[in-house]
Design a protein around this ligand. Sequence first.
Ligand code: ADP
Length: 447
Amino acid sequence: MFDKILIANRGEIALRVIRAAREMGIATVAVHSTADADAMHVRMADESVCIGPPSGTQSYLHIPSIIAACEVTGAQAIHPGYGFLSENANFVQIVEDHDLTFIGPSAEHIRQMGDKITAKETAEKLGIPVVPGSPGGVPDLETARKLAAEMGYPVIIKATAGGGGRGMKVAESEAKLDNAFRTARSEAKAAFGNDEVYMEKYLQKPRHIEVQVFGDGKGGGVHLAERDCSLQRRHQKVFEEAPGPAISPEERARIGGICAKAIAEMGYSGAGTIEFLYEDGEFFFIEMNTRLQVEHPVTEGIFGVDLVREQIRVAEGLGLSFTQDDLAVNGHAIEIRINAEKLPNFSPSPGRITQYHAPGGLGVRMDSALYDGYSIPPYYDSLIGKLIVHGRDRPEALARLSRALGELVVDGIDTTIPLFHALLQEEDILAGNYDIHWLEGWLAQNL
Ligand code: ADP
């Protein structure tokens, strides 16, 4: 059992981990850059260590400083949160070499799923349905042309090392393939230092459906239903809900069962997410994330379990506190991501918060590291808060979201709050009638 863990992250997710650890009686160590000396996660943790200057590469991504912080404080394990080092297999290896525990899956599983081609191959072998596409990397334009002709247009070219929606280009026809192929390659090279790309059939109007899975570290696996994260801007999620409004209980049991079995067969340990595109009643695997996701609270909402606590338990070798049979979907949960961004261009809007008031009441959860007088530094992600609501059904959750959003006050900077006020007036949102392109279309017309 751990006495003390270090959180290699900042912002709301660092608070999220501190809260779970505290309830378990585990002491916490925060790490921070010089720009985050006044940050809430530093105030809230039992101890803190400054690990470097503002830039992420010199602080939250700087492995030697994080290992040193563990040694200085006597922390036995590291929770990586999401982003930063959470899916860095090399980091996991170094953590283990120092006789520390990484709260997450093995380096091998992270590596396997971090390469999207290997991930797809692995998924296919495990019986998970995948998007039709190239059998591995596409080396040149000639091959791309041949494969696309067989597959049928439109196609999408994606970076093998991709993430965050970068290095992805759609070609509607052969005339556009040349340009899409070249652009995807150069973007992939610039963003990931690896220009390998692969090709998939481009699905026209799918929903993004992802299944939350957990490996118990003892050869067992469970699923915690799905989240619908179709509302995206530039392939980035902005609104997530569980369960998926378009998924029937039968479909949930079927795809969940396939995922849970795959996780058990892999011998996977800890939290993971298997992402699919869903169209005309069919699921198509696109990737697996080997970490806790930003949107995990909607799953916590409908199951009433603490996923971070389970991550820590699994890392301690205790396994999960529940079995598949203990899990039943209860009601509906929705999360909205509040960013420090100025509409209509979503340009970053860091600065001083003059007034912050979090909403409250039944079924309302606000995960945020904001406080009155806090200055949002310009160096990091623009996510400043997640408003999560739970209701007995979807209409109740939506009404609660509108009500809670009305109570939320974030003054001093620009935020994406007005976007959600507007979206909650939309018939399609209220009806759950949207696909992965809906939001881009709406933004083009309304902002
Ligand atoms: P990343 O790791 O960069 O987030 P993903 O493979 O998860 O990349 O894809 C991100 C988003 O891109 C998906 O949620 C979806 O909106 C879109 N996308 C990816 N592959 C396809 C495809 N084959 N057809 C249509 N849209 C796709």
